[in-house]
Design a protein. Structure first.
Length: 299
């Protein structure tokens, strides 16, 4: 087993494709495939599952990748210290539901750890795709919420994908509304008071079931309902149409301005927001730093 082979595995996992990884590594696709197969045979494990649709990490591969990243990071520290070698571009990706604090944490991460070169990804996406991204290690970390209603379904998917959920915060539901909304000056609002305002929620695509909704109380009916795909559009509609959405109440004026405010919702439900990762994979340096940034962002 060589350091180069470890770098090959890491790049292939980052790209999700042997062809793409080979291009980035400036080697031929057969050479890369053979190097990975040689490593698998030496260790007697399957790192990548190969199908007609492409490759994906096996459970053994996810665990191996965690160790490989640690070894390569330490080797680069040694090279930088004693050989004045140029550090490799940093790689990190996270998939998340549409939470402003996830963006805040990402900004903090880049400011603190960004080098001259890095390749990072922040994917605000659908609930099911978050789980798939982390399962396939397209993203190292996923951020989503659980509650009594969706927990059984989501936990079943996480277990099948060999993923684990770590709680970040437990929040009482709030509505996000414009400062010009007639309800903006209230200390708390009820469900009945919201019935005449447009309800805004995030589209979940083909998995648009109640259990994959980003908003709690997803089974409630609404006289006026609009689904959107991105947070900027939702915020524009909150302002333009005096709409509302239901979320955690954690909002950043730095990134979102002062035109949107949270107001507590009179409801017994709670929202448990957390992060998911592979059970057998250790977090990278950037992954661990991002989790710490998340904890700071929700204070």
């Amino acid at each position: 087993m060589t350091l180069q082979q470890l770098k090959y595995v890491i790049e292939t996992a980052n790209r999700g494709s042997i062809n793409e990884a080979a291009k980035r590594l400036f080697i031929s696709q057969p050479s890369l495939s053979n190097a990975i197969r040689d490593l698998e045979e030496e260790l007697q494990i399957t790192i990548f599952e190969r199908t007609n649709k492409g490759i994906s990490l096996s459970k053994e591969g996810a665990e191996f990748l965690g160790y490989a990243r640690q070894v390569v990071e330490q080797a680069e520290l040694l090279e930088g210290r004693y050989l004045n070698a140029k550090p490799s571009p940093q790689h990190f990706s996270v998939s998340t539901q549409h939470y402003a604090f996830a963006v805040n944490a990402f900004v903090s991460l880049v400011k603190e750890y960004g080098q001259d070169e890095y390749e990072l990804a922040l994917r605000e996406t659908k609930t099911y795709e978050i789980i798939e991204d982390v399962k396939t290690l397209r993203s190292e970390i996923g951020i989503l919420y659980l509650n009594e209603f969706n927990g059984k379904v989501i936990n079943s998917l996480l277990k099948a994908a060999n993923l684990q959920f770590q709680s970040l915060l437990t929040a009482k539901p709030h509505i996000f509304i414009s400062i010009n909304n007639p309800l903006a000056k209230q200390s708390i609002v009820t469900i009945d008071q919201l019935q005449h305002f447009p309800y805004l929620s995030f589209e979940q695509g083909e998995y648009n079931s109640f259990h994959f909704s980003e908003e709690i109380l997803s089974t409630l009916s609404h006289k006026k309902s609009i689904r959107v795909n991105d947070r900027a559009t939702l915020f524009n509609l909150l302002i333009g149409l005096n709409g509302y959405t239901i979320s955690t109440g954690v909002l950043s004026a730095d990134l979102n301005g002062n035109e949107i405010i949270p107001v507590p919702l009179d409801c017994e439900e709670t929202i448990q927001v957390g992060w998911i990762s592979h059970k057998n994979a250790s977090l990278s340096k950037l992954g661990a730093a991002y989790i710490e940034a998340l904890k700071q962002a929700i204070i």
